[in-house]
Design a protein around this ligand. Structure first.
Ligand code: ZN
Length: 83
């Protein structure tokens, strides 16, 4: 499925706040959480209402100087948008 990535929070199409729940992938003990090396962890949540994903990267204590935690939003592209 196509998707687009935003650094700002997109609107939930239902006109309400997103209802974030851990994305049901990743390791079994920690759904929606990945270790990507060192102290860096990636947290993934999916909106239960619209299917938008929020992906947070937290670099932990071993971050490089100036490295900031990041968050991005991945919106599913719906059929009406792709037309
Ligand atoms: Zn939503």
């Amino acid at each position: 499925m196509m998707s687009k990535t935003n650094s700002r929070v997109p609107e939930c199409p239902k006109g309400v706040r997103h209802r974030w729940a851990p994305t049901q992938t990743g390791c079994r003990e920690n759904p929606g959480v990945w270790s990507v090396g060192g102290t860096t962890l990636v947290f993934s949540h999916t909106c239960q209402r619209c299917g938008c994903r929020r992906v947070e990267t937290r670099y932990g204590s071993q971050r490089n100087p100036g490295q900031r935690d990041g968050v991005e939003y991945i919106e599913p592209v719906r059929d009406e948008d792709a037309a």
